[in-house]
Design a protein around this ligand. Sequence first.
Ligand code: SF4
Length: 366
Amino acid sequence: MLDTKKEYLIIKILQVNLPLWFKQAKRDLPFRQTKDPYSIWISEIMAQQTQIDTLIPYYYRFIKQFPNVFSLTLASEDEVIKAWEGLGYYSRARNLHQAARLIVSDYNGLMPDTFTELIKLPGIGPYTGGAIASIAFNEKVCAVDGNVLRVISRYCNSYDDIGDAKTKKRITQWLETILPQAVGDFNEGLMELGAMICTPQNPKCLLCPIRDGCQSFIAGTTALIPVKKKKQKQVTKKMEVGIVKQNGALFFIRRPDAGLLSGMWSFPITEAAAKNSQAIKKKLEESFSQLGEPVLIGTSRHVFSHVIWEMSVYGFNLDLSVCETNAGYLTANQPPDQSTFKSLAQVDELALPVAFSKLLKLLDNF
Ligand code: SF4
């Protein structure tokens, strides 16, 4: 990776300057005040798809509600998903819950203390496993994420595509050979440097503690590195949402166990077919034998990582006089745990993703 003549000095600068800088310059984050593996685990999972500044209030709330692995185990999946609401990528919460149960059943409630055992748990991949093992247990393993790939590619003036798994493997293997004793501070230093100094655009090289060894700084190529394949284009999908209202209560369904927003609650939604096809009406007619004409009550747009939903939202009023009822509400042709009616005051009881909760404001038009 590097010219062997330079390598000793370059590695020393990285091994010595980086942990020292991290100790002095690190942001004062709540999960950095502890070596508790549970807290580090929660913070690392939250940080996977969420900016640090955004996740801090969620982190405080989550740790307050579930202060240890036992409290997480005792909670229902719905409660955990509810506590995750707003962070998105809900499979993370589901995996946390499953992993907590495994830690209690297979490890007597103690977080596994090695990388090898950690990555056996759902939702813990090599990066998260490396972060927990090195920060909480000082195990000499690295934690390579996008930030680290960028920093090391620049540090080594490497034009290898960081989207390529082979590049990640090469960088991981190189880092494994140079990890210092203070491995937690070294790994966190790399992450912090990537977040605060060696940023994707306009890296602050003049403030950088490893600048003297940085080969792209010396070569003047920092703006060209890292090389990254073009991101997969987001697909835009036209969707139709049906808000079914009866006696002031709204109809919700549970989404399938796999795929986007899996297992969460939502309004019925379907991909629009041809213009004016009213695909949502056809879908709802599978559940309700008597359905009035839909009223277009608004539109909304929601951006996920790979897909954008452009939603037309239709309101349906159910008429009790023409419906079979059950406990005051019409019986939907769905298993009872897969659908429910909730009044507006009860909606908070459901894990309702933002894509749908933001549609509630359209009810004024209905
Ligand atoms: S000198 Fe600049 S490009 Fe090199 S590691 Fe530091 S911030 Fe990144």
